[in-house]
Write a protein that binds this ligand. Structure first.
Ligand code: GLU
Length: 318
C-alpha cells in the first residue's frame, strides 16, 4: 500500500493546531509525580511501517509509560507461553470496570480477565520466566527498549512516587495470590509491575512501539524482529477489548483502531500494516485517558481514513 506522506504530515499538524490546547481533564493525582507534570504539554507522532516519522509539538518530552507498559509485558509473555496459555491464565475480555477494580476480580471468580487491567498486568508480570525479580525486570525493560528502538530507562523519581503509594495495587496482588492466579511472589509481581509503569518514554518512542506492532513485530527503525508475527494480532485484540479502560468500546466504535492509553498522558493507536499514531498530553478524562491525546489521535486517524471497521469501496466515510 502506498502511503500519502503529505497527507500524514498535514493531518499531524492539523491535529496539533486544533487540539493541543483543548480544555478539560486533569492530571492523574493519585500518583504524586504525575500531578506535577506540566499540563500544557501536547504532542502527536505518526511512524509508518517503513520508518518514516511525522511529529508536531512536545513529542520528545519524556513521560511515564504507565499502563502502556502492559502491552509490552503481554508481548513478552506471549513470546514465552503462546496465545492459548495467556488466554487461559489471564483472559481476553473487558472487565467493564475501572482498570484497578477489585470488584472486577470478585465478579469474575478472581480471574483477571485482561492483561491490560492492573490485576491481569501483575499476573502477566508474574508469568515471565525468570530467576528472580531483577531478571524479570531486566527482561521487561529489554522488551520496552526493543519495541521503542532505543534504551528505555527507569525514572527513580516516578518509581519512588509509585512504590510509596501503590497500596491499592498491593491489595490486588494479594487477592490474586489468595485465588492462585499470580505465579510469583505477589509483592514481587507488584514491585516489578510498578517499575515497568515508571519508565520514561516520549511520544515518538510510543509511535515506534506501535509501528513495530503495525509492522507485524519488526521495529521499523532498527529493522529488528522483536515479536513473532503470530503474536501481534493477539496483542491488538487485547488492546481493542481493554486498551482505553472502560471506554474501549467507545474508542472502537468511533475510531476503529486498537489503542492503549496510560495515566501518564500517553495514548497509542495501531493501524495494522500501515502505521501507528501516538499522542501525549497529561490531562485525563475521568476514565484515565488523555483528553487531548484522544482528540489528536482520532483526528489523524479520521483524516487518513484509518479505521479497521470501514469497508473499503463501500462509499462510507471512515
Ligand atoms: N501505575 C499505574 C497504576 O497501576 C498505571 C495505571 C494506568 O496507567 O492505567 O495505577
Amino acid at each position: 500500500m502506498t502511503i500519502d506522506t503529505h497527507a500524514i504530515a498535514a493531518a499531524v499538524k492539523a491535529a496539533h493546531v486544533q487540539y493541543a490546547a483543548a480544555p478539560g481533564g486533569a492530571n492523574a493525582s493519585y500518583i504524586p509525580y504525575l500531578a506535577s507534570v506540566p499540563a500544557t504539554l501536547a504532542g502527536v507522532t505518526v511512524v509508518t511501517i517503513d520508518g518514516q516519522v511525522f511529529e508536531t509539538g512536545d513529542t520528545r518530552y519524556e513521560f511515564a509509560i504507565e499502563s502502556i507498559s502492559k502491552i509490552v509485558t503481554l508481548a513478552l509473555a506471549l513470546e514465552q507461553y503462546g496465545a492459548d496459555e495467556i488466554q487461559k491464565k489471564i483472559g481476553a475480555d473487558p472487565t467493564g470496570l475501572p482498570f484497578n477494580s477489585v470488584t472486577a476480580l470478585e465478579l469474575h471468580g478472581d480471574r483477571p480477565m485482561s492483561p491490560l487491567v492492573n490485576a491481569g498486568a501483575m499476573a502477566t508480570v508474574s508469568l515471565i520466566k525468570a530467576t528472580d525479580a531483577e531478571d524479570r525486570w531486566a527482561q521487561i525493560l529489554a522488551m520496552q527498549s526493543k519495541l521503542a528502538g532505543r534504551q528505555i530507562t527507569l525514572s527513580d523519581e516516578v518509581n519512588q512516587s509509585e512504590q510509596t503509594t501503590n497500596f491499592h495495587n498491593r491489595s490486588i496482588a494479594w487477592l490474586l495470590y489468595s485465588a492462585n492466579t499470580v505465579y510469583s511472589d505477589p509483592m514481587e509481581a507488584c514491585d516489578v509491575y510498578t517499575r515497568q509503569c515508571s519508565t520514561l518514554i516520549t511520544c515518538a518512542d510510543l509511535a515506534v512501539m506501535g509501528a513495530t506492532l503495525a509492522a507485524g513485530g519488526v521495529n521499523p527503525l532498527t529493522k529488528e524482529r522483536v515479536l513473532t508475527a503470530d503474536n501481534v494480532p493477539h496483542i491488538l485484540a487485547e488492546m481493542t477489548m481493554e486498551g482505553l479502560y472502560d471506554t474501549s468500546g467507545d474508542w472502537a466504535y468511533t475510531v476503529g483502531l486498537p489503542g492503549k492509553s496510560g495515566v501518564g498522558g500517553g495514548i497509542l493507536a495501531v493501524v495494522p500494516g500501515v502505521a501507528a499514531v501516538a499522542g501525549f498530553s497529561p490531562p485525563l478524562d475521568p476514565t484515565g485517558n488523555s483528553v487531548r491525546g484522544q482528540l489528536m489521535v482520532a483526528h489523524v486517524a479520521k483524516a487518513m481514513g484509518w479505521d479497521l471497521y470501514h469497508v473499503p469501496g463501500s462509499g462510507g466515510a471512515p
